[in-house]
Ligand binder design. Structure first.
Ligand SMILES: Cc1cc2nc3c(=O)[nH]c(=O)nc-3n(C[C@H](O)[C@H](O)[C@H](O)COP(=O)(O)OP(=O)(O)OC[C@H]3O[C@@H](n4cnc5c(N)ncnc54)[C@H](O)[C@@H]3O)c2cc1C
Length: 402
């Protein structure tokens, strides 16, 4: 519509805005159900135990999967709920609000691998690999990062070479979520090293736990999200059948970027959930902790800090929901997604830090929980592309606007 349109038109701008920020009744039901589940199951004792054990909470994962919380985006015909990324974000947000480490671990059980298969896999692959992931019977890992290629995945040192009806894969992957617990892996490999640019010679393969030549080693000593297992993978003449190529050869890099469009929004949801959880603990503490004969919330230094925390969380949440809404409308917008992820990650760091400040010295102790939220929050600025990489994406988009 041009401004000319308004000239002799008595009602030039149509109806009052129909923009709606309310979740649907179904989405509200989902939030209520997952909130109830996470608050009941992710007890403070369990949170401290798993933070020390650095172990995947398998029993809880299966329970969550049984209730449908881990298969929101998977179509019903493959055993999922047939909903969208927005519903998934509500789940992730509430789980990470209740407990950041266990929440992340459970929300990353299938790592959106079904999405790659749904978009690019064939029917046989979908039927074989998606239903066990939807049921929570199997765990997935998505391996892109390599020791020499982290932020820049345009070239992979892992190679896949065709030998008859199989592919032989050699190489190493680093920092892989679920490396030692996963049953189903997707691996990004260089299939044509002569391609220029190199990323046009990358392809994605499915591998399975127990295949000879695939070895996983657990990584210890992470700062946070300790119940979410991380490890490295070594592929040494790992043979996968030619039927395990996903989609077209040479399209792996593009499929990966497409996957990030969705996973980055769920990382923003992790960040928002962690910030909300730490904020709620700080607010409750500020109302009851007394100094100089009054609750510390009476001090403006504390009450304004809490107000600032609430402002940041609300804006990060709106950005995250908008990115999810666009994704579900099949209009993924990488810049919007990157803005949501980068901003939510920063908010999670700032808000969890402020929460420790509100608790004073007690905030520095594990038993008061907010230090764990802060340790866990850092990951949201690192994986699925660091905040710097998100900004590169945003700048790329801004340059195109000129
Ligand atoms: C707990 C955990 C779980 C993970 N899970 C997975 C997983 O499941 N699968 C997987 O494939 N990967 C996973 N990763 C890897 C993660 O995605 C990478 O760590 C991340 O992409 C950064 O790569 P890097 O660590 O090699 O850092 P580098 O790429 O070496 O970056 C170092 C620094 O340089 C900056 N930098 C690099 N390039 C640029 C640039 N072009 N412009 C501006 N700044 C730049 C980075 O932002 C960073 O600050 C995980 C990592 C962790 C810590």
């Amino acid at each position: 519509m041009s401004y000319e349109h308004t000239k002799h038109n008595p009602k030039p701008f149509g109806e009052k805005s129909k923009m709606d920020f309310k979740l649907t009744p179904e989405q509200q039901e989902i939030r209520k159900a997952v909130k109830e589940f996470a608050e009941k199951e992710f007890t403070p004792e369990l949170a401290l135990e798993f933070d020390q054990k650095e172990e995947f909470p398998m029993a809880l994962y299966k329970k969550a999967a049984h209730l449908g919380f881990t298969s929101m985006r998977i179509p019903e015909q493959y055993g999922g709920q047939g909903l969208g990324v927005l519903e998934d974000c509500i789940i992730v947000e509430e789980m990470c609000r209740a407990e950041p480490g266990i929440g992340v671990a459970i929300s990353l059980g299938n790592l959106m691998i079904p999405d790659v298969l749904l978009k690019h896999g064939n029917e046989e692959q979908k039927k074989k690999y998606i239903p066990p992931l939807a049921r929570g019977d199997k765990i997935a890992a998505a391996a892109f990062t390599e020791p020499e290629h982290g932020s820049d995945i345009t070239r992979m040192d892992s190679t896949a070479v065709k030998c008859g009806s199989e592919w032989s894969i050699n190489g190493a992957k680093e920092f892989i979520t679920n490396a030692t617990t996963a049953d189903t892996f997707i691996l990004l490999c260089q299939t044509d090293p002569s391609c220029q640019p190199t990323y046009r010679g990358q392809s994605i393969f499915i591998a399975e736990k127990g295949m000879p030549g695939l070895e996983a080693t657990k990584l210890h000593g992470k700062m946070g999200i300790k119940p979410c297992v991380t490890g490295s993978l070594a592929m040494s003449d790992l043979k996968v059948p030619e039927t395990n190529v996903i989609g077209e050869l040479g399209r792996g890099f593009y499929y990966t970027l497409e996957l990030f469009d969705g996973t980055r929004i769920t990382v923003a949801a992790q960040a928002v959930g962690m910030a909300q959880g730490a904020f709620e603990r700080a607010l409750a503490y500020a109302k009851t902790r007394k100094q100089s004969g009054q609750p510390i919330i009476n001090f403006q230094g504390i009450s304004h800090k809490l107000a600032e925390m609430a402002i940041k969380i609300e804006s990060a949440r709106l950005m995250m929901y908008k990115a999810a809404w666009l994704y579900d409308k099949e209009k993924p917008n990488p810049a919007q997604t990157s803005m949501a992820k980068a901003y939510a990650g920063r908010v999670a760091m700032e808000v969890t830090d402020d929460a420790i400040q509100v608790f004073g010295g007690y905030g520095y102790l594990a038993d008061y929980h907010v230090e764990r939220y802060h340790r866990c929050a850092k990951i949201t600025e690192l994986y699925e592309g660091t905040s710097e990489i998100q900004k590169n994406t945003i700048v790329g988009y801004l340059m195109k606007q000129q």
